[in-house]
Design a protein around this ligand. Structure first.
Ligand SMILES: NC(=O)C1=CN([C@@H]2O[C@H](COP(=O)(O)OP(=O)(O)OC[C@H]3O[C@@H](n4cnc5c(N)ncnc54)[C@H](OP(=O)(O)O)[C@@H]3O)[C@@H](O)[C@H]2O)[C@@H](O)CC1
Ligand SMILES: [K+]
Length: 482
């Protein structure tokens, strides 16, 4: 798993490392990494490094210091460097001296705009770990002149480092070069960061347990159920799907088919769309109601199920069965409307709730707000459930505080029926006995990958996302020899 640490934790780790490192050494490493990436970007965007123009936007702290030192390194490659100082009296002293020694130009903010407009590359050293709120007006005015690609030092200025929230003017970077460890902004707002690169400054030993994690493909591969010679159709679990209706059978077909494709376990469908489901998925055992569905090892309830009395009775029955439940879509609305439904649940059996922002607000009474990870964690504790909060970055929190983020490869997942596909995947992994937090995270990973493969750069309907599940699982499993 890939770790992500909040700014408090990074600062604490940096302090320990600074105490045993020669003065300036960490900043030199960081800045050298910035200069290497800047040169790569110049080669890519301009076709050469020497003779190009780079403008540094320099704030009052060490983030600006990194930019100034990077400018000094770039001078050695023949780059024409101009530093625009937002706070000349507080600019990083050693960095400024280094740039001056290297014969870089230094101007104040008032005189900065021509060099920003003429730049081949802009380096954003306005603010880093100490950022609070959106860009201040002087910085925002300068950023308006930028049209060249932007390399953000540590993180794009104006974006909250710990939540990724953008609440006003902010830098939108082409590439972000960060140091020591990734911060929440990098996974919660990758759109503003662009490509993210991590430069090692020797922090790893000081960091401790991460605050957030991202599942690597190897984690998903290790978790995904693969049958062995001793397995039969029951050993990977039977998934029950309570979804769809005679009028809206689509959700049932999408959720059920996705469960069929996820593992080699069996799938039962219970509801009024049984005929349509069977026509598409003949391997599914269909019944008209959850009460005569037979035994399952997990239930998915909600997609297209309706929020009337019938849906309510179905959800209650499913929650009473003592098996893991993934409650999605209408099931979430029902729980929001009738919280006592959760009394039917054996507290020891896992529950996975999969709200988008609107459903999250219905469920908890408040929108997720700027700090989506904290919001998901609080809801997970409150409902004693795994909460998968959908978004471009999907956050999955467990009641014990474990939190992972799944970053989408593009925005193709945001399409009608896509959530039904995800719920089927989660249900199949729950039936196979995976830890519910890992099940939700692994399902989100494969779901995102299926959308990416199916879309191939153009919009894609949910049925094609579903059809790409085998290719996505194949790609994941190819990562680890078994
Ligand atoms: N420590 C280390 O070992 C290493 C650290 N490294 C680097 O140091 C960076 C952290 O540096 P830092 O802590 O000096 O502060 P930094 O982020 O530059 O902020 C400067 C000042 O900006 C201001 N400001 C705040 N919000 C603002 C806004 N929205 N818009 C505009 N301005 C705003 C605020 O000033 P004030 O409120 O006092 O006016 C604040 O004090 C880190 O990200 C990394 O790049 C690396 O070299 C590796 C080794
Ligand atoms: K920055």
């Amino acid at each position: 798993m890939l770790g992500i640490w909040t700014t408090d934790r990074i600062r604490a780790a940096e302090e320990k490392l600074l105490a045993v490192t020669p003065e300036g050494a960490l900043m030199h490493k960081a800045a050298f990494g910035v200069a290497v990436h800047a040169a790569q970007m110049l080669a890519k965007h301009v076709g050469r490094v020497s003779g190009t123009r780079v403008t540094l936007l320099v704030g009052a702290g060490n983030n600006g210091g990194d930019a100034l030192w990077a400018g000094a390194f770039l001078r050695k490659r023949g780059v024409r460097v101009t530093a625009v100082l937002l706070k000349p009296e507080r600019a990083h002293e050693a960095g400024l001296a280094a740039l001056r020694r290297a014969r870089g130009r230094v101007v104040t903010a008032d005189d900065g705009w021509p060099s920003i407009e003429q730049a081949d590359l802009v380096i954003d050293g306005i603010v880093g770990l100490s950022a609070r709120g959106p860009l201040r007006s002087d910085a925002a005015a300068l950023v308006e002149h930028v049209s060249a690609p932007v390399l953000a030092v540590d993180l794009p200025s104006g974006v909250d480092p710990d939540t990724g929230a953008v609440d006003g003017p902010a830098v939108r970077a082409t590439r972000t070069v960060t140091f020591g460890a990734r911060k929440p902004v990098h996974v919660l707002n990758p759109g503003f960061c662009g490509q993210i690169h991590l430069v090692d400054i020797g922090l790893a030993e000081e960091l401790g347990e991460p605050d957030l994690v991202q599942l690597g493909v190897a984690d998903v591969a290790a978790a995904w159920p693969v049958p062995g010679p001793e397995d039969n159709k029951y050993t990977q679990g039977v998934t029950g799907i309570a979804a769809g209706s005679a009028t809206y059978p689509g959700a049932a077909v999408l959720a059920t088919g996705s469960a069929v494709l996820a593992t080699s376990g069996m799938v039962r469908y219970a509801g009024s769309a049984a005929d349509v489901v069977r026509a598409d998925w003949p391997e599914v055992i269909g019944t008209g109601s959850v009460t005569d569905a037979g035994r399952v090892q997990s239930w998915v309830a909600g997609p297209g199920m309706g929020t009337g009395n019938e849906g309510r009775a179905t959800l209650r029955h499913v929650l009473e069965q003592g098996v893991p439940v993934c409650a999605d879509a209408d099931a979430i609305t029902l729980i929001a409307k009738f919280p006592d439904l959760l009394d039917a649940r054996d507290p020891d059996t896992p529950l996975v709730l999969t709200p988008h922002a609107g459903e999250f607000e219905r469920l908890t009474g408040a929108a997720p707000g700027a700090d989506r990870a904290a919001a998901a964690r609080a809801a997970a504790r409150r409902f004693d459930a795994v909460v998968l909060l959908k978004g471009h970055s999907t956050v999955v929190a467990a009641p014990d505080g474990r939190t992972l983020v799944n970053v989408a490869n593009g925005s193709w997942l945001a399409t009608a029926g896509s959530g039904d596909v995800l719920s089927g995947l989660i249900g199949a992994l729950l039936a196979a006995g995976l830890d519910p937090w890992l099940a939700a995270g692994a399902a989100a990973h494969v779901h995102g990958l299926a959308a990416y493969l199916a879309a191939d750069g153009v919009p894609v309907p949910a049925s094609k996302i579903q059809a790409a599940i085998p290719a996505a699982i194949r790609a994941v499993l190819a990562y680890t020899p078994r």
